[in-house]
Design a protein around this ligand. Structure first.
Ligand SMILES: [Zn+2]
Length: 312
């Protein structure tokens, strides 16, 4: 069991839902209605996904982070309208165009144990097969990791903290490139916290005013991270209805790290299954429908876990 640390409590109080809301609307309404490699706005010369990279990078740089861009090749999914409205993606055909997209990495080196790396990750792209703003999936997760970077910019940590923004709504998932390159470099990644769909939930939970989070894990090390998140939620009175779920197999962007040999990787999402939110993967995944206060609570919990791990 960990003891409450007053300086951690003070840092968690710096998470600002109103700032997160502003960034959410910037990435999912105006100036960017979506974040897609295969959509360029009229009169613009770069894709909405490249423009999102610029927006996220400029925020990170304004907080003193240096941003590295790691390239990867992807294709857009095709749309199959005969499928269920929440699952209309279908594989590209070989002659469909390829796009160069990028993972964004912002690293803050630790002062005492810089070789031990804690990662916070989120996919930043929106659905390549449907004209959706992808606010809950996953502008809000990207905004959550941006907020962690902003808050930690003024905090010294013993270990290295790396913020990574990848692409999961095009194929293949670019988190695989990031995880495989980390494995080749011999990075010592001790924890990966994925935020994907934080604050999304069922209409029933929304109507009841519930603030929810589900931490999905695959390995015993992942389960330990999930238990740490539960402990932080209770210790700092964050107030989330927080639960753990064991995945049958590695999945999502945390799964890319598990598959590359980094077992301590978990996903955080508001609901399980994803489709409990009826707007998931539809044109109605709008920024005004995202429970930003719920997402900010999840950001506090993850930040608390990062700082508690860093203390040990
Ligand atoms: Zn998705």
């Amino acid at each position: 069991m960990h003891q409450l640390n007053e300086s951690i409590r003070e840092i968690l109080d710096r998470v600002d839902p109103e700032r997160m809301r502003g960034d959410l609307f910037s990435l999912a309404r105006d100036p960017l209605p979506c974040r897609r490699a295969n959509v360029t706005l009229p009169g613009h010369d770069r894709s909405t996904l490249d423009e999102a990279d610029d927006l996220i990078s400029s925020r990170l740089e304004s907080w003193g982070c240096e941003v590295l861009r790691e390239p990867a090749q992807v294709q857009a999914y095709r749309c199959d309208t005969t499928k269920h409205p929440q699952a209309q993606y279908s594989p590209p055909v070989p002659e469909d165009p390829w796009y160069t997209v990028h993972n964004l990495h912002a690293t803050r080196n630790g002062t005492e144990r810089p070789d031990e790396i804690i990662m916070a990750i989120a996919h930043k792209d929106s659905q390549s097969w449907v004209d959706s703003p992808g606010a809950g999936d996953n502008a809000i997760g990207a905004v959550g990791v941006m907020e962690m970077a902003r808050v930690l910019a003024r905090v010294e940590t013993a270990r290295t903290v790396r913020f990574m923004f990848c692409n999961e709504e095009h194929t293949p998932w670019t988190s695989r490139v990031a995880a495989e390159n980390a494995q080749k470099r011999g990075d010592r990644i001790i924890a990966v916290f994925n935020t994907d769909g934080i604050g999304r939930k069922s209409p029933e939970d929304n109507a009841a005013g519930k603030k929810t989070n589900v931490t999905k894990y695959t390995t015993p090390e992942g389960r330990a991270l999930g238990e740490l998140l539960c402990e932080v939620n209770a210790l700092y009175g964050i107030g989330l209805d927080q639960s753990l779920f064991e995945r049958p197999a590695p999945g999502d962007d945390d799964g890319s790290f598990v598959t590359a040999g980094f077992g301590a990787a978990v996903m955080n999402i508001g609901c399980n299954p994803s489709t409990a939110d009826p707007n998931y993967h539809t044109v109605d995944d709008l920024p005004e429908l995202v429970d930003v206060d719920n997402a900010a609570m999840t950001v506090r919990m993850i930040l608390g876990a990062i700082l508690t791990l860093d203390e040990s």
